[in-house]
Structure formats: structure tokens, C-alpha cells
Design a binder for this molecule. Structure first.
Ligand code: SAM
Length: 279
């Protein structure tokens, strides 16, 4: 049966290392699309050869001109436009969201041909809880900005997923240990390729392991959720309230302590009023 592809935008996930992970439907789409928007035509040419596609490519990035994006959206009215990344799922630390946004705004048909993404593949290999996770993409390379981003998520109760590179790995793991605490983690490398490897341990151990020998290849770091903090005792709560009330009005003090200790603000306000009255 000949598959007919309607005009519109087709988000096509490609392999993250092993060409055989390209799905048959994605290969068919790549053979029949009118045009394929790609990050780097040299990289995508290899996948197109594997898929038996001779369709034309257009280099596209989110920082491409508005004009190019508008032209692609215009073409989607009558042609099947495929969006392909160098690896894995487009839009995941890769270009595409502005194209999807504009295609939707113009009322075009938009669909996805799902497939591999390194983030999900690494999460499944890590052995860490998968019920709640937060994808963090690449951390900033400057130490201050990296620390700020980690501080933002230190209290998040979820497994964290980071994309990384070999030369930065040890420093990033050390910064994570410092800011997030020495949590369980996994370094997952070269998924679906010859030298695929998953190394688990706490963040400080992993950082030490890679200090002198930065690993080669593509890397995802998975970091476990913070452990359950023990509930603060009544005495600790009172002490925190008394300290905060010495600096702040009662309601603000209750709010600050509630946030810090993860307790109910109204309950703490009532307790603070009692403490204030000398109860
Ligand atoms: N769109 C891709 C996806 O869906 O996974 C991610 C693109 S991002 C620019 C590239 C990063 O993904 C790499 O630097 C690495 O952190 C991670 N990555 C890609 N392929 C990988 C692989 N085979 N093994 C481990 N990590 C990989």
C-alpha cells in the first residue's frame, strides 16, 4: 500500500547512535516528504542514505530568519515538510519549537513520528526512580550560572536529567554534589553505540572517577531525588519562629519559616501568635 502523507509538518525522531533505530514509518516519511528541514545537512545526509531518501534538505535552526520559517510554514499548506535533528527527537535540546509554534498558529496539520531520545533512554538505564523526572538539558558552562541553575532545582522532588559533554563532566558532577548534596546518580554514555556504558554511584565518587580521565562520546547524567527530610521537631520549629519574629512581623515570619521547613503557614502563624503572647 502506498502511504500518502498529507500536507503539514512532520516532526521525525531519528536514531541516537544506531541507525537501525529509525522506525519504518519515519524512513517512509523521509523518502516521501517534499522537503526535509535539518540542522546539519552533512549529518542528515547519512541518515537519508540509510533510509533510501533523495528528498531535498533545507538547513533550519530556531535562530534561522523569520523569512525562512515563514516560507516553510507557507509550504506546509500544500507540501509535507519533515523536521529532522542531527540525533534523536527534534525540539529536545534541538531546534524546532518556533517552527511548531508558527505552524500551529497558521492552522497547519502538525504531527510527530516518535522515536528515541537520549534523555528517556538514559533514565531507563539509570536504575533511579522514573515516576517523576525533570529534564534540565545542558547546564551553563560558567561556574556561577551553573550553580544558580542547580540552586533553583535543589528542592525539587524528582529525578533530574542533564545532557553533558566529556570535558565538562567531572566539574559538573562536583558542582551538583556541592549544591544538590551527594545524591545517587548515573553517568550514561554512548547509548545504542558500541561503547555504551552506564556507571552508577554517588555524585562525589563519579566526579572523582572522571577528574583525570574525561570520558569520550555523548553523555547523559541522571541524578536521584533528594531524600525525604525528617519532619522538624516542635522545638526546632519554635526556635525558627522566634528567630524569624525577632527580624520580621509575625505573618512574614510564619511565611518564611513555613517555606523553609515545608510546613503549613496558617498553623505556624497560630503558633507564632501563641509564642508572641508568651504561651
Ligand atoms: N535531540 C536529542 C535527543 O532527543 O536526545 C538531543 C540533542 S542534544 C543537542 C545532544 C546531546 O544529547 C548530547 O550532547 C548528549 O548529552 C545527548 N545524547 C545524544 N545521543 C546520545 C547517546 N547516544 N548517548 C548518550 N547521550 C546522548
Amino acid at each position: 500500500m502506498v502511504i500518502k502523507f498529507d500536507p503539514g509538518l512532520y516532526i521525525v525522531a531519528g536514531p541516537i547512535g544506531n541507525l537501525s533505530d529509525l522506525t519504518p514509518r519515519a524512513a517512509e516519511l523521509l523518502r516521501r516528504a517534499d522537503v526535509i528541514a535539518v540542522e546539519d545537512s552533512r549529518v542528515s545526509a547519512k541518515l537519508l542514505r540509510h533510509a533510501g531518501s533523495d528528498r531535498p534538505m533545507i538547513p533550519y535552526h530556531d535562530h534561522s530568519s523569520e523569512k525562512l520559517r515563514a516560507q516553510l510554514v507557507e509550504r506546509m499548506a500544500s507540501e509535507a515538510v519533515a523536521l529532522l535533528s542531527d540525533a534523536g527527537t527534534p525540539l529536545i535540546s534541538d531546534p524546532g519549537y518556533k517552527l511548531v509554534r508558527d505552524a500551529r498558529a497558521a492552522g497547519r496539520f502538525v504531527t510527530t513520528l516518535p522515536g528515541p531520545s537520549a534523555a528517556i533512554a538514559a533514565l531507563t538505564l539509570s536504575g533511579l526512580p522514573t515516576d517523576r523526572f525533570l529534564f534540565m538539558g545542558f547546564l551553563p558552562s560558567k561556574a556561577k550560572a551553573r550553580g544558580d541553575v542547580l540552586t533553583e532545582v535543589m528542592a525539587v522532588r524528582a529525578t533530574l536529567i542533564f545532557y553533558e559533554s566529556g570535558p565538562r563532566l567531572s566539574d559538573s558532577l562536583a558542582a551538583m554534589a556541592l549544591v544538590l548534596g551527594d545524591r545517587d546518580a548515573a553517568v550514561v554514555r554512548e547509548i545504542s553505540k558500541t561503547f555504551e556504558e552506564t556507571v552508577t554511584g554517588c555524585l562525589s565518587e563519579l566526579s572523582a572517577r572522571y577528574t583525570d580521565t574525561p570520558p569520550k562520546g555523548e553523555i547523559v547524567v541522571i541524578v536521584g531525588s533528594p531524600g525525604e527530610a525528617p519532619a522538624p521537631s516542635e522545638a526546632d520549629t519554635d526556635a525558627a519562629l522566634i528567630e524569624a519574629m525577632a527580624r520580621l512581623p509575625v505573618s512574614k515570619a510564619a511565611g518564611e519559616v513555613a517555606k523553609k521547613l515545608g510546613l503549613d503557614r496558617r498553623t505556624l502563624y497560630a503558633r507564632a501568635m501563641l509564642l508572641k503572647d508568651g504561651a
